[in-house]
Ligand binder design. Sequence first.
Ligand code: 0A1
Ligand code: ZN
Length: 882
Amino acid sequence: METPQVKYLRDYRPPAYWVDTIDLNVELKETDTLVRSTLTVRRNTDEADETTPLILNGRNMELMSAMLDGNPLSEDQYQTDAEHLTISDVPARFTLETTVKIQPQQNTSLEGLYRSGGMFCTQCEAEGFRNITWFPDRPDVMARYSCTIVADRKKYPILLSNGNLTDSGDMDDGRHWVRWEDPFKKPCYLFALVAGDLFCLEDTFRTQSGRDVALRIFVEHENRDKCDYAMQSLRKSMKWDEEAYGREYDLDIYMIVAVNDFNMGAMENKGLNVFNSKYVLAKPETATDADFWNIERVIAHEYFHNWTGNRITLRNWFQLSLKEGLTVFRDQEFSSDMTSRPVKRIADVRVLRAYQFPEDGGPMAHPVRPASYIKMDNFYTVTVYEKGAEVIRMIHRLLGPEGFRKGTDLYFERHDGQAVSIEEFVGAMADANGADFSQFMRWYSQAGTPEVTVKRAYDAENRTYALTFTQKCPPTPDMADKAPMHIPVALGLLGRDGEDMPLQLRGESEPGPTTRVLELRAAEETFEFVNVPEAPVPSILRGFSAPVRLRAGYTDEEQAFLFACDSDEFNRWDAGQNLFAKVMLRLIRDIRVGTAPDLRPDMIESFRQTLRNTDLDKSFIAQALTLPTESELAILMSESGDIDPDAIHAARHFTVRTLAQALKSDFEQVFDENRDAGPYRVEPEAIGRRSLKNLALGYLGKLETPAVSRFIAAQFQKADNMTDEIAALSVLSHMDCEEREPAIARFYERWQSDVLVLDKWFALQAAARLPGTLDKVKALLEHPDFSIKNPNKVRALIGAFCGMNPWRFHDASGAGYEFLADRVIELNAINPQIASRMVAVLNHWKKYDAGRQALMKTQLERIAATPDLSENVYEIVSKALA
Ligand code: 0A1
Ligand code: ZN
């Protein structure tokens, strides 16, 4: 294998040729598909002259014919290799018509045009369009698209592409055709095509300017009763974007298609979103509260892309966070407005810490704007998406909501219709507000999670309080030395009574609001507050105002105090988590040296108080009393030494069990009080009741007595919605009791015809902490409902075992590692994107003990030596081994 080529941001040049229009004619057939494309091409005279060849991207296609300005190209006028079509002598403007044959039926990579069940669909981001036809496959080439689709009328009554349907007709041979025209210029990664026999749910939305937009959701007929929530979510998203950003939808039709085989969550193709069916289909019997929440979030995300991504798109793929960080920030704010702001913030920060912080500290660490990549697919990461959103959130925090809105208004006004860079976005923010973001830009170029340490000094005599912050960003494989960042630190000071103190910085004539944003810019900086009547407890980084690791040096007592009193609900939650984590890290130490573990009574008491606190939102309580997971503890443990999965499991198990024993009657009472949430509804109050009730069930399950397993099995039987049903089953799945197997079997019988519910069934068995789990997972690979070609199934079974079951996956025998490597090698030949997602679990191998390190390394080396290794997997594995 040749060593794959690295692409660098610094090498970016604008294209040598523009494409103004592309007309596609796609003839879908049962064995292969013919694609005729007509491009109008124009030389970019800033970059190219008559000697510059036209180079187009393409792969996995057979070129049937090529014509330049109507004249067939002879073989000496062009060259092809596996990835390019080069035409050396072209005029300044011309049309190029090519016809290619492709084989969507053979396409298991799910990139380009492929089959999913009985339908055809496309996925072109990032570089999938080159699997469909010859084209300059890069986001800065924006063209106007028209597309005619020809297919069998019976099998594919629905034929869709971007924009507006302008014409259609029947042919004599049982086929029909439909023509779509998209009036908006777009990069090819936003092209989409769908053909199938689909049910369509219709609705309309009247925009703020009074235009009616037709909304259509297409699904397989059997799922017709599962689209209402998605439609409702779409309408809410459209309204919210008008209100929050003044953004109105621009076409007359907005379509969403649900497909079962999809590599990612969903795709924002212009006017024709293609979704993983998991983020569309829901009804109370089959979807959980979390599923409903995710559907609303993903529908919003893709809809918001219409302005942040489509109307204004990317100059090159290095700028991915320009659209993704911004759009994630927008969907997070939308979800906060639709649900509960603190609970949403807690959930988002949990993801950031559990996935992004480790990424930033591992072999794949990269800045929010990566400087290089081998395969762009590998950079759809939590860093680009979630840390990218945190960076936008910091801008929002620094400018305030009005300033931020002025900035986005200017951004849309200046750059509509363009392919731009992150500089243009931050530039609009700066210009609209007269602000200086030059130091702030380091968030885009420096990888790694900054560490912020705080020293506190109270001077009772002068009634002053000084906070000294130091910041340090650890080295990452791409960069050893980092310059200080511009970090907004939102902060409050709590008095002994638990109330926020008025805050007055030295030099200010009077106190300001009780939460202040301090802006750190230097490696070390001191802020001094005056008129401070007593030594306060600081609540630092309220709302998680910057994606940093905070070292505030709190005592347990201070943390318990913040957990009980902080007016900032995020920090309140965080204080609890830090306290529990600290307690469990101590237990881990005890267990490792053979000391009998013991849980302090004050921890149990502080837990009880939160559980019984009726002033708190129930969803918040459920979040606050969910202990850090084994994976989260592993991250914390890795900061000071080797991760010990066995001790982590033992410590967490001990903690949960001890709490369950000590608070048994409290949990039972909480369960009873919240048992009746009325008929199932997706609304915050009912969700809160269910989450608290099921939290209690989870703790009670750890008692593992026959009475408890009977009780949980009864809850499982009685459940009338998937949230409760799966909650009970998942508690049972970890228990070695006689109710377990019959419940799992019953669930299968009940749901065997619903592929999405079966994903839950696979995942739950793979995540079970019982000793035989790996053998069970291997057996389930052979189950008739499992398919390695379906990404959702792979994530459910293999992903859940390797990613959600750390204790079993990291079994000291290395059997889990070997299992994963076998699957990665198998997937490499089927679907490289999914293979590389799966192998990334091994990225953190150096954080384990010598024995496990050696075992993981052996498997990584085995994967690296696989013949025909895809670029996707090569990039991850070679960086992990470096
Ligand atoms: N842009 C989509 C996500 C997406 C990214 C890559 C894909 O294929 C490699 C597919 C979808 C989003 O942000 O929702
Ligand atoms: Zn996106």
